[in-house]
Design a protein around this ligand. Structure first.
Ligand code: ATP
Ligand code: MG
Length: 215
């Protein structure tokens, strides 16, 4: 898909990587706000394969996370979902995500990697960190409690990194899972279809509660 870009202008593709276990309105507002501020043509959501930074807890099946991401983004004509990370064997590294999307979309596309300010601060510890800034512009979105501290920003190349404040949304997947597992509501923290999908599949239930409650 390469819609109506005036001749000579490069296509601007936002890339939102995440575990999306589950996807929530914080992710969607961040993607929408960055798309607006950077005049992006499209934002592609990329659910991770094996999340190497999250091996301390069980992560939902890639297919469930992929379907939730698809359900949540379906109504936005500029939002799409990619399977590159869930189809690549092994752990997911951002450098591979960006290389695969570059190979798939061609050289006349500019990539904007959208990530939480918390993750951006850790960017120098990522595998292939030296290559990352050649592959994409990095957009760090801030959420409550995870402001980028100056020393972290100082180490990043200024012309390849921008910080964007998104309307404060204290929503995290961790909190959504905890709420779902405690039987507390997650309505309005995640899209309606995600509440229903989580219930239908019995995701995030406490171990002593192995079956989804009757609807
Ligand atoms: P978890 O609590 O399991 O870590 P999460 O809510 O951080 O989940 P991820 O899938 O890890 O969700 O996040 C994907 C990306 O979205 C990351 O770059 C993360 O920093 C960013 N992000 C997560 N929540 C928000 C939010 N409320 N507002 C803006 N960005 C967010
Ligand atoms: Mg996170």
């Amino acid at each position: 898909r390469r819609p109506d870009r005036p001749h000579g202008q490069r296509y601007r593709l936002g890339v939102m990587g995440g575990t999306f276990d589950p996807i929530h309105h914080g992710h969607l507002v961040a993607a929408s706000e960055v798309a607006h501020q950077f005049a992006l043509d499209e934002v592609v959501f990329v659910p991770t394969g094996v999340p190497w930074q999250k091996k301390d807890r069980p992560v939902s099946a890639p297919e469930d996370r992929y379907l939730m991401t698809t359900i949540a983004t379906a109504s936005n004509p500029r939002f799409t979902v990619s399977r590159v990370d869930i189809e690549r064997p092994g752990d997911t590294y951002t450098v591979d995500t960006l290389k695969d999307l570059r190979a798939e979309r061609g050289e006349d596309v500019d990539l904007f990697f959208i990530t939480g300010a918390d993750a951006l601060a850790k960017i120098l510890t990522w595998r292939g960190a030296d290559e990352l800034f050649d592959l994409a512009h990095f957009v760090g979105v801030s959420r409550p409690g995870t402001e980028l501290r100056a020393p972290a920003v100082d180490h990043l190349p200024a012309e390849r990194v921008t910080l964007v404040g998104v309307p404060a949304l204290a929503i995290s997947s961790t909190d959504c899972r905890a709420r779902a597992s405690a039987g507390e509501p997650i309505w309005y923290l995640v899209p309606d279809g995600i509440v229903q999908y989580i219930q239908k599949r019995g995701l995030y239930l406490a171990p002593d509660q192995p079956h989804a409650p009757e609807p």
